[in-house]
Design a protein. Sequence first.
Length: 880
Amino acid sequence: MDAKKYIYKFSEGNAKMKELLGGKGAGLAEMTSIGLPVPPGFTITTEACNEYYSNKKQFPEGLADSIADHIRDLEKETGKVFGGKDNPLLVSVRSGAVFSMPGMMDTVLNLGLTKETVEGLAHLTDNPRFAYDSYRRFIQMFGGVVLRMEHHEFEDILESWKKKQGVTLDMEMTADSLKNVADEYLKLVQERVGRPFPQDPKEQLFMAVEAVFSSWNNQRAITYRKINKIPDHLGTGVNIQSMVFGNMGNDCGTGVAFTRNPSNGNNELYGEYLLNAQGEDVVAGIRTPHPIADMKEDMPEIYTEFQKICHKLEEHYKDVQDIEFTIERSKLFILQTRSGKRTANAAVKIAHDFVAEGILSKEEAILRVEPDQINQIMHRRIDPDAHVEVLAKGLPASPGAASGKVVFDADQAEKQAADGTKVILVRPETTPDDIHGMVAAQGILTSRGGMTSHAAVVARGMGKPCISGCEEVKISLAAKEFTARGKTVRVGDIITIDGTTGQVSLGEAPMIDPVLTPEFIEILQWADDLRNLGVRANADTPDDARKARELGAAGIGLCRTEHMFFAADRLPVVQEMIMAETVEERRAALGRLLPFQQEDFEGILSAMDGLPVTIRLLDPPLHEFLPNLEELAVEITTLKLQDGNPAKIRELEALQRKARALAEFNPMLGLRGCRLGIIYPEVYRMQIRAILQATVRLLKKGSNPMPEIMIPLVGHEEELRINRDMVLDVVQEIEEETGIHCDYPIGTMIELPRACLVADEIARYADFFSFGTNDLTQTTFGFSRDDAEGKFLHRYVDDKILDNNPFAVLDRKGVGKLVETGVSLGRKQRPELKVGICGEHGGDPNSVEFCHLVGLDYVSCSPFRVPIARLAAAHAAINH
Ligand code: PEP
Ligand code: MG
């Protein structure tokens, strides 16, 4: 039997082999196959990595020999010799997983340099400074990545030699200094590792390959996979590629570029480059690079060639590309290309423009815009009319604005965020080790690095505001403060960052809501044509209703009426109603509430004129409208101690008695929802009357109000029958009083498991169902909605007991099964039954997909999630 093939030359693979070669390896192979100038090399498969793990961390059989064979081939192809003194072949060794994990795993550059080859390189390039710089960089990288040594120990040596030479920049160091640095590095390795630095290039290569395999399971890679839901079993490929040098003089350079602007989607080359530098200088943010447009002046021919390549790549991949390139002595090499991470605004503009340019179909374009990402567009920004005290300006690296307390390290960020504090992570630059702090922070501010620095790339991916390269900000990590424009900001002070403009300001700035771009509006219209699910909004005020309508809601799926009872002018009347000793007293108080309610409904129904508005009758237990028992006790005691007003004390004591009488051990399972309508029918009758009187008034004005009356928390069909009869009774009263016919749908929320199981019986009395999946999740899991998320659910998710928080993403297996049962029993009884969902899940893309699959008529979500739901519904329709 032939030995297993663990290695593919770039010329042997293609883009379809991503699983085997990793994204980067498949990309290099594909680029090679379409004729791009790629430095030659080969890829060790992800399978080899997985076998390395299943083989107790030993290379699978035949791998070492095959690596050696391929190096020989590479020698032939490049005319260079691995370990050769005269014309040494140097290689890069890079990780490359199936899904991009930027900066999470390890890379070694300049591998193959030894005491001998470094001399050869110096001679060959006539540039000893470059040779020794490459050598010392290599030892440092190899020391960190392979030998697990501390980065700062190398940095200390480098700094000490800069000092000795009296310079501040790496670039200013002489060949002799760098040679000394390399010698000291070698000594440091011997001291720390207890063996000399390997001087055999093949040994270096085997060790580096093993280190890359191991980096698949380093902490930051594991965290990144968890956040991005990348499976742990995929493994990484290892790409070994002949090195080209961007730091051989001023006809050399290196850079990274996007084929379009990843921040706003404009069709322009976007990126940065450095003359006379190696790739890591750009990515690590150590030197602040120049905008790519400068290359047009510096190297006009190469710029034109690069533009052509970008065009070719976009047409070939049908997507925006993120490209790494190097120029070695006026020859352009493409090192890497991959689909470019972009902000939501850019994703929308690019998808839209690609349709206009004939590269994508409308369906393809819609699928390119991730509903989850749309959260970004729906981000708030700083009110342009607000006065903010600008502290500094940096690069606008990831859009959106955020305020929070300043923290200077990732652990602190994580810790404080866990306690509910909003924080902004401020760092000189970030590294992959800071990833957990970036997850926890509202936004990120770095004093160094460019638009493609680690902080910038990761923040854009997370949809968080980020400002990078903000050099005005002078950070002292030791003192836990930074200064800018003469001001000192200490840890814990509040700042605001605006990642769209790059401005840092002091204090918490007022924010305003986002607006939709014309491109996004058009894509949403394409989505509307393709989707089957309707999208409504949950809104309780005319303002929210207007906002929802503007964002494309086709009505209100849930208008909660309890919020209307809390307004300052109403609460005392509500309390009077609750305190009433007799039905007459209660009716009197309700009579005073009625005009308020009628006005509320008129406002909402007219904001949604011509569209359905589902109004839910009162749902929460009444004690929620009374003062808290503990606060009452304190107030009464204080008044007594001060010999305060006896009448007031009596009044408070009465409230206290009533609050005690109404108190429940499990209020969520207590006297609430439709049970209120049965025990205190006067309350519901008032609400029904207010709805119908508002409707009649609007009808008389010539408007088209479309109310739907919804009874909450029904578990037994009798509960609904009684409440429905009450609605019909009030309808009859109103019709008699006004002579106007009031035939509007009467339906129920389905939010208890029993309701799902007997949905056929319930449907006898319902014109529509609306699944209240918040309560349904609570009652199905037996998780208290008010406690579980704060107390233990995060552990369930962290420990992977649950894949997701079921209050955010609908649990398809359990809650979903109940929903499905409810839909099918309900429609069996009443085929024309309208069915929607109004729990929080109505705006979650995954849950929206589920709603599409079980054939709901509509989802209803908060106004700002309406565009997300419209897009998610189209995705579901296209994908299924
Ligand atoms: C629900 O339970 O899903 C619902 C929408 O109602 P509320 O959140 O008001 O209980
Ligand atoms: Mg509910």
